[in-house]
Design a protein around this ligand. Sequence first.
Ligand SMILES: [Fe+2]
Ligand SMILES: [Fe+2]
Length: 393
Amino acid sequence: MDVTRFLTSLAQTLSTMSLYKPGHSARERVIDRTYALLQDLLLDDQHPDFSFLGDEVVYERSSLRELRDWEWSKRFATMGIQRLEFDPDVTREDFVEFLDEVYVRVANPGAQIDTTEARQTKPLRVRFGALGIRSETDAGRKVLEKEIVTATITYHLGEEIDAIKYMHQEVLKSGELPLLEAEAVVRSLSVAMHGESEMMLPLLMLKEFDQYTTTHCLNVSVLTMALAEHLGLNARDVRTFGVAGLLHDLGKVKIPTEILNKAGKLTDDERNVMQNHTIEGAKLIITSERELDMAAAVAYEHHIMLNGGGYPKRHYQRDVHKASTLVHVCDVYDALRTNRPYRAAWEAEKVLKYLEEKSGSEFEPDIVRAFVKMMRALEGRVAHVEYAEAAAA
Ligand SMILES: [Fe+2]
Ligand SMILES: [Fe+2]
């Protein structure tokens, strides 16, 4: 199966369309070839889908190495095509219809792309647009639907939830971290955040207390990426921070749920177990993946306060990694915004005020300032997604 050949042939078809009118043999030939490559692809993968992230193309949850910095990935993304998917029974006619629609955008990059639900009411065998479209196909994915007031995208984080749960189970079972899964979740979240022209924050809402660990690490990953992007980091660094956010509480997989969700005050022993998640997490990460030294640092440092308080206790004074200061703020924000057995969720504004109060003692002032500014600017662009697992459908 040659995914790269299909995509490059697709790009070539779109270029050829600007040179030859419909019906011209050169145009028909290149369409035939690309359609044949698509048929080949469909033999191996009945529902191929692609995400165009600007600097990379993601297929089957991993980045296509050959297409790093591919010009067309950027072009698709700027045309509003971040996601492209095909059904197994796509006909040549469907395919030509799709090419015609995309070609309009190639010829006129400013054209508004119609990714609204109205467009998707007819059963399309080729779908493209923002990330939200992917829900339309697979009944198994249609588990959670939450309309966003300000946007037409529908978010479904079922697959990401499943992937995180799988990751946590693997870590518990084998002590090994499935890094590819972690990276795939972060990529997928990043696509979800950028499905619209302006950034969105898809944040999970907790329904059951035992979903806390999954919900929390997903939200912290989203918030950390948004903040990193807001601070001007490049796309690749943003995702590295996203992985660190996703893994910051990895050590909690080892904590018994009775302690994790205890409504009353923790005993000293229980508190020790709880606080040890920082050291456990760092250990798990560093022994599984040497490359993840930054994520390990974040797992270790994300409860250390600017004034030296917090935990784990350090034997000597040194600065924490910048990523830890970002994750620290996002971590506290998400924790306070969530219902816990011992406390109801706080309103967003109350949490922002709290962060500002603790700025300079607990948190890095620059980071708090940036975070508060970002959250206020994103008001109305936070999508509260209900928790549902894709596998449960
Ligand atoms: Fe933590
Ligand atoms: Fe946390």
